[in-house]
Design a protein around this ligand. Sequence first.
Ligand code: ATP
Ligand code: MG
Length: 554
Amino acid sequence: MRASAFHLSTTREIPAGAETVSHQLMLRAGMIRQLASGLYTWLPLGLRVLRRVEQIVREEMDRSGALELLMPVVQPAELWQESARWEQYGPELLRFTDRHQRPFCLGPTHEEVITDLFRREIHSHRQLPVNFYQIQTKFRDEIRPRFGIMRAREFLMKDAYSFHLDKDCLDRTYQVMYETYTRIFTRLGLNFRAVRADSGSIGGSFSHEFHVLAESGEDAIVFSNGSDYAANIELAAALPPKDARPVPGQPMTQIALDDATESRVTVSWMMGNDGTPVGLVLREEHRLNAIKAEKLPQLAIPLKPVAADALAALKGHAPHAGMNLIVDHAAAVLGDFTWIDPGTGNAWAHVNWGRDLPEPTCADLREVTVGDPSPEDEGTLEIARGIEVGHIFQLGTKYSAALNAQVLDDAGQNRTVIMGCYGIGVSRVVAAAIEQNHDERGICWPQALAPFDVALAPMHYAKSATVRDATDALYAELQAAGIRVLLDDRNLRPGVMFADLELIGIPHRIVISERTLGHHQVEYQARHAPESQLIGREDILALLRDALEPQDRS
Ligand code: ATP
Ligand code: MG
């Protein structure tokens, strides 16, 4: 590709409103342009990268035996009513009616559509297992679209759905998908981690998220320094402390908050599932984990804080033995602690369980913190930031039962199939890769994602016939070898040209000038290398071939 004929559109200025490095660099490099909140156009440069991700995902899905299909973005409401998600999904589901007043939505995901396809298409267990996938636009009316294409409203996802007669078969496909995802993110050259994730009501370790590790990641992921335990923070269990609860010392007294010297606990009042408030009690330094709390049968889902004025009437302020509380394990082992009422800021010292408060009903309510013991094994927990780029999930019969997707088994009996689903945020991967691979000059693409393999940077291409002829010959030679070359024939000043090529992150650059050509040499520099080196004109192809060998980084 000649740069003069390609729409390269770079800027030096940091675009206003772009908070993350990847968002800034994608705009500055001319990869994307915003149309409206959460809606982006992919410019030719960006699309080349997006297609690279797509290609690797497609190759590995095909290799796994999954079958590609393509489902509509627009989905009829009836299917969502059948699964009950028309009511449950909330405002992320963009709903509208067609000219005949029939209700539709834009697909945020495709469980309903694929399950409907399955029940019409597949009738015998002999056609199982099967795993269908697509690479398709999704629409989610995110409450806060942000960080460019990282959390967009319209984005590209690879989603796959597998169907099975029994759990063993699902487990096998799940394992194949786990390995396929590992291959995909390895081939993409990303530093990633698979972590156990919350699988809602199904329970167990039947869900994993794949995270690209990056400081700017929105998610906290937890791992043990003594084993391969890794989980997202929503799931990671906090073990109850082994300490015995001390016997009560002094009598309870109300104090000024500033005078508190003991361990502090606070309470958050949530609506219970019977309409009366339940207080969730944690040590002040711990954070409530809402996902854990939502699993408690005593509470209304989603969590609903109780208004402050309702509490006075319920005697929800001063500690007393009649309070309806659920107590985090770490708070339940305390004796003589200070109770802080967050509504009023009032504090009581020397509070004790079973005397000033009821005997505690305990649960794991908190987020784990660095240094906590690993929940299942040796070691202590560490916390890193991650960007979720993939998610694999055992669905069980949630959708197949609701939509009545059955096959005939060996004995001629109708059996409800069980399902798995497997997503990759194809467009988010592009942003995640930049978060992980950039420097002060711009993007440093992993080889597998680069929009071009090599940039040719001729000095005085327009003026010097020597340079032009040598450059054109090299351009033809590299293209013939299947290398993706960007020839920068824009006749820019060298500094400007180099800055552009570094900003857009092309992994290899060759500078061609009359001076070095006089010695049958060119100047070569890898994007990540601090300096350039002179190499013989005839050695270029071998050097590039070597550098462009697919390299796996585990
Ligand atoms: P998140 O917690 O980030 O909202 P999710 O749990 O809603 O993600 P899934 O429904 O599992 O995501 O979707 C599969 C993948 O699609 C995610 O792992 C993520 O990489 C990607 N994805 C989800 N929402 C968005 C979005 N708004 N913009 C870009 N990619 C997204
Ligand atoms: Mg989401």
